[in-house]
Design a protein around this ligand. Sequence first.
Ligand SMILES: Cc1cc2nc3c(=O)[nH]c(=O)nc-3n(C[C@H](O)[C@H](O)[C@H](O)COP(=O)(O)OP(=O)(O)OC[C@H]3O[C@@H](n4cnc5c(N)ncnc54)[C@H](O)[C@@H]3O)c2cc1C
Length: 344
Amino acid sequence: MNDTTRYVIIGNGAAGNEAALHLRQRDPDSRIIMVSAGKLLFLNRYRFPEVLDGVFDWREFLVNPPEYYIKQRIELRRYTWVNHIDPHNRTLEMRHKEKVGYDKLLVASGAGGYLPEYLGEYAPLLHDFNSLRNAMEIRSALPASGGKVLILGGDIKGLDLAHTLVRGGREVIVVASEHLFWPHQIPREESGRYIDALERVGIEVILDHKIASIEKGAKGMRARRVTLDNNHELNADVVMAFYGLMPSLGFMHGAGVDIERGLLVNPQLQTGNEHIWAAGDVCQIWSPEENHYRFYYGWKNVKMMGRIAAINMTGGDEAVDTFKEDRLFINEQDEIDSTFWEYE
Ligand SMILES: Cc1cc2nc3c(=O)[nH]c(=O)nc-3n(C[C@H](O)[C@H](O)[C@H](O)COP(=O)(O)OP(=O)(O)OC[C@H]3O[C@@H](n4cnc5c(N)ncnc54)[C@H](O)[C@@H]3O)c2cc1C
């Protein structure tokens, strides 16, 4: 490996940061540029529910101190959007028209929440839970104590938040869709025991009803009114959608790499382009055992992918173990839990 290799990483999340750390260790003289659409440094999003308990200072959520990037010689470009990749000239094109060249590119741009089309018109009335700002907006939309939250869809990220809200004394109703427990696929006959576990901790679950409309609440009432397809009305302070994730990769269209829902990679995390790898929520990895491309979510899996991508980008040959069981289970606190959620 010569000393001038220029690695560019798109994404300042768990996958991108783990990759940068291993790239620096394995190729000490290289140049590492990390591009992130976000304004803030790498924050631990898994702790954002603490905002609902009154932790507001973003520094509390920092994974690495600011000087870490200087020490590791990682050139971090914040609030910088990649618009397009030109694989022939090996350049990224930014929203502000700047072009940045790479020798090897890692796409670690994560995923945003997926919103089904029939709910699209209601998006302005929904709260997100992707950023620290989102968490603060939820906190200010709720009364100082109590308050009511509707979780639509019910994927595993939404259910994790539902547990936190209930522990904090908030009332939570989940209006379940086929995304209940996503990304786990639980057959209907087995779902009962998990729904019972949700209800035991105080989370109400409404099954088999679609959302007919979402409106602002009437004056003096809670801020949102949700009507179901049986005309039943639910009033809440905050309504959030949790229908699984949608990889953030619009900028990869036209880059000559294969995309299904995520960016398709082999178990070594390489795309069809010999200079482009991907890691984290953005990619779907070929699983020879299962004969399809699959996602691996969660802190631990995403970090593992960042490490493996860095090894392979620096001449190694390591593969993701794609024969890994992902399970939903009921933990010692009698709450439903997921192997995706393992944290280290
Ligand atoms: C609020 C929240 C809480 C979560 N809690 C848990 C949890 O408790 N446990 C768990 O296991 N999993 C949790 N998850 C799931 C978890 O997000 C992921 O599996 C993991 O963090 C994804 O890491 P990543 O590095 O792939 O992407 P991300 O962390 O999403 O990072 C993506 C990066 O790409 C950048 N980016 C995207 N598009 C562009 C662009 N066009 N140009 C430039 N930069 C771009 C973004 O700015 C960001 O820096 C949570 C997710 C969220 C949103």
